[in-house]
Every structure is written in structure tokens, then in C-alpha cells.
Design a protein around this ligand. Structure first.
Ligand SMILES: [Zn+2]
Ligand SMILES: [Zn+2]
Length: 451
């Protein structure tokens, strides 16, 4: 059986807008809520990657995108609340699609919508406004263009160096110069612009153009140090591994990543994994290989962007957890369900496995029999965490309180409806200070008596 941790690796990089077309034919493509919903739907039918972020190129952004993104976020909320018809109607999909996504959300899958911010000169000049309106969960910083002196087209020509159509220009520019310019550009972007993750660091080596080993090591150090300064994560991009590339190049690529990720771990730079899928079939592509690399590097914790922050996902399943899966395969959470730094409620993860959530449409009453007060404590998330204290439950608990507050608010509201408002409120507020005063005054009196 394949390692259950493969499914728990968050995939932070995917393009719902599809495969690249010939360079001259590429045009901005508008998101639709349906397109995004179906992108997630495909992951749901597969059952993984458990956490998935779609991040299309900034050059493909359109004015329609923020609207589509907020619509699909609403549709996902409805699907999570088991309102299948609402979700289907909102996203413009079939009820069957909504049912699959709803089921997956109840199992704990979670979706983010981010952007790959590259250096594409074809980006709209007002792209920043669109990005702001989209409220992306995460920004991947990457470099796809370098400004060169083109032999025919002249100075300041934006070279898409990792595009096969323009690969022969490596012959003109040279591998060393390309890497020098690439790293300078990437560092500039990382230092000056917002972002959470540095994307596909080894992209200039796509056609086998590797710089001298010592130089490459120096570049790795500099980019990781910039990540430390800026609090950014580094991406382990797996696209090269499932695409058609020579085996020796794949080995070289993997060796490079093993070195980079080990260094990242030593420097405390968070790591995230991205399939860079341009088609749903590639979501989570080569994550089995990625897991081997992570194991070699001793990395058990990955990051996943949520609301502009990096949530940490622990992968390791303990023996206790695996035995639990054997005993109750239908009732156990998959590894990776513990995200540190964010409460489960904040992540949109269900508080209960399946049963109580299904009762949700019935309202607060339907939830009560499942005793919500006890719900935060079951060791469901515990077996997944190994060394560190279980912060998420602590952080999650204040998030849950509002539920009970709401319930009590409802009670208060009901009482208020029965009685006039002001009479009920005043004594409550005045009593507390009065009591304090009395206590103070009795203390003073006691002090006076002692004198
Ligand atoms: Zn890219
Ligand atoms: Zn990409």
C-alpha cells in the first residue's frame, strides 16, 4: 500500500486556466466560478491532495476574476454546509459535482486560491488592483522572464527563458549569465515585493542548463537567506518529475532539491510542495517521489497558504494512528489533518468527522446531542503530531466558543423578546462595580479599624 502521507502533502501550485499555448497565442483567460469549482472537484474525486491551492499566472488575470473567486468561495461554503443545490447553483455546476465536493470538505479537504506572480511583461498594468480585489490566500513569487539584448529584436527584450520556443537563446546569453540574471531578479522580487512562497527555484535548469556547482550552492544560500529575512517559504516544484525529461536530468534535479531542502530545514525556511499542474490529472503529480525526498531531508512539516498566512501541516502518521485506520477505516482522519497555527474552524475543517456535520442543516438543536463541549478534545488530531505541543486545539477553542456564545445570545434574545430590554440589562451592569466598591470599602474600614 502506498504511504498515506502522500495524500496529505498540500499542493500549493496549480493552474486551472490550463496548459500553456504557443507563446504568440496566449491571451488572458477569465476565471469562472465553475472552472475553479471543477478544479477542486477533480481533487475531490481522487480524494487528494488534501489541501490544494490553485495559483494561476498573473498575466492571465482578468477583471472577471475577483468576482469568480468570491463566488466560488461562497459556493464552497454552501457545499460545506451541505447545501448542495445552493452550491451547485452558485458555482454553475451539477448537484452531483457539489455532492462530491461537499463530501470531500466533510472529510477535511481544504482549498485555497492564490496567484503565481511572475515577471511576465504581458501582465496588465492594473494587475495589482485585481490581485487586491481577489484577496488571494497566497502569492507564489517566481521569475519567468529575463531582460536581455536580443540578437535581432534589440535591447531590453523580455526573454521567456523556460519556454521551449525560446530555449535556443541560451546559446546567445549563456548558462552562467542566465543564472546570474535570474538569481538577481528573483532576489529583487523577494526582497521588495509581497509574497509567501518562492516558486520553482531551479526553473532555469529546465533544459539542462546547470551552472557550476559552487556557484549554484551560492545562489541557493542567497535565496534561502532572503526567504529567512522575508519570512517566506520555498517551493519544491514536482512538475519536472512527471513531465517528459531525461532520467539523468530528473536525478540531477532531485539531487539539487535534496540539497536545497536540507539547507532550508537548517535555516528554518518553511517548505511547500507544488505540482504546478496545468491539468487536473497532474494535481499531486510525483508526490510519491516528493515524499521520498522529504524523508531524506527529515522534513515532516509543510506549509499551505490560507488567508495570506502560511499554515503548517504535519505529515507523519504515528503507529497508533495507522492502527486506528485499520480498525475503523471509515472513521479516521487522514494524516495531515492537524494544521498548526490555525484553528480548525478558521481552516473550514469540520469539527466532527462525518455524523454531526450531516445534522447541521437542522440547526443548533441538531448539534446539541453530539455534545459540542466535548468535541474539541478527542485525540483525533493528536496522533498525527509527534513532538510539539498541540497548539491547534488551544487556538481552535476560542474559535469554537462563539458557537456557544451565539447559542447563549439566542437565549438572551429570546428572554429580551419576552421582557422589556432596559430593565433586564441595567441591574446586570451596575451590580458588578457596586460589589467591587463594597469590597474595597470594607477593606478600607478594616484597615482603619486596625489603625
Ligand atoms: Zn511558474
Ligand atoms: Zn506555475
Amino acid at each position: 500500500m502506498s504511504d498515506p502521507r502522500i495524500r496529505a502533502i498540500p499542493d500549493i501550485h496549480g493552474h486551472a486556466k490550463g496548459e500553456h499555448r504557443p507563446f504568440a497565442e496566449e491571451r488572458p483567460i477569465a476565471y469562472s466560478a465553475r472552472m475553479l469549482f471543477l478544479w477542486f472537484y477533480h481533487a475531490c474525486t481522487r480524494g487528494w491532495p488534501r489541501f490544494l491551492m490553485v495559483a494561476d499566472h498573473v498575466n492571465f488575470l482578468t477583471f472577471e476574476d475577483p468576482g469568480a473567486v468570491s463566488t466560488v468561495r461562497r459556493a464552497l461554503k454552501l457545499a460545506e454546509a451541505a447545501d448542495l443545490y445552493g452550491a451547485a447553483e452558485t458555482a454553475g455546476v451539477d448537484v452531483g459535482h457539489a455532492a462530491v465536493v461537499s463530501e470531500a470538505l466533510h472529510r477535511g479537504m481544504r482549498f485555497s486560491i492564490g496567484i503565481e506572480v511572475d515577471t511576465d511583461p504581458r501582465s496588465r498594468p492594473d494587475a495589482q488592483n485585481i490581485i487586491d480585489a481577489m484577496r488571494p490566500d497566497g502569492l507564489i513569487r517566481s521569475v519567468h522572464f529575463l531582460t536581455i539584448d536580443h540578437p535581432e529584436k534589440g535591447a531590453d527584450w523580455p526573454w521567456p527563458f523556460d519556454n521551449p520556443e525560446f530555449a535556443e537563446l541560451f546559446g546567445t546569453v549563456g548558462t552562467d549569465r542566465t543564472w546570474e540574471m535570474y538569481v538577481a531578479k528573483l532576489l529583487d522580487e523577494v526582497e521588495k515585493l509581497p509574497g509567501q512562497i518562492v516558486g520553482h527555484f531551479y526553473v532555469p535548469a529546465r533544459f539542462g542548463h546547470w551552472p557550476e556547482h559552487k556557484k549554484l550552492e551560492g545562489y541557493e544560500e542567497r535565496v534561502l537567506d532572503a526567504c529567512v529575512r522575508r519570512g517566506m517559504a520555498i517551493e519544491f516544484n514536482t512538475r519536472f518529475l512527471y513531465r517528459d525529461h531525461p532520467e539523468d536530468q530528473k536525478k540531477r534535479y532531485l539531487d539539487a532539491y535534496k540539497r536545497l531542502l536540507k539547507k532550508a530545514r537548517a535555516k528554518g525556511v518553511p517548505v511547500s510542495v507544488g505540482s504546478d499542474a496545468h491539468s487536473p490529472k497532474d494535481q499531486g503529480g510525483a508526490f510519491d517521489v516528493a515524499l521520498q525526498v522529504l524523508d531524506v531531508c527529515g522534513i515532516n512539516e509543510l506549509v499551505f497558504p490560507v488567508n495570506g498566512r502560511l499554515a503548517r501541516v504535519a505529515l507523519r502518521a504515528t503507529r497508533e494512528h495507522l492502527e486506528k485506520i485499520k480498525r475503523h477505516p471509515e472513521r479516521t482522519h487522514a494524516p495531515g489533518s492537524s494544521i498548526t497555527g490555525l484553528g480548525r474552524a478558521e481552516l473550514g475543517l469540520p469539527e466532527e468527522v462525518a455524523g454531526p456535520r450531516a445534522l447541521r442543516p437542522g440547526g443548533a438543536r441538531a448539534q446539541r446531542p453530539s455534545s459540542p463541549k466535548r468535541a474539541p478534545k478527542p485525540p483525533r488530531a493528536k496522533p498525527l503530531r509527534t513532538s510539539k505541543p498541540l497548539r491547534p486545539t488551544k487556538k481552535a477553542s476560542p474559535k469554537r466558543r462563539p458557537v456557544t456564545k451565539k447559542q447563549s445570545k439566542r437565549k438572551v434574545a429570546a428572554k429580551r423578546a419576552a421582557k422589556p430590554k432596559k430593565l433586564a440589562r441595567k441591574p446586570l451592569r451596575k451590580r458588578a462595580p457596586a460589589l467591587l466598591r463594597k469590597r474595597k470599602s470594607t477593606k478600607k474600614k478594616a484597615a482603619k479599624r486596625r489603625r
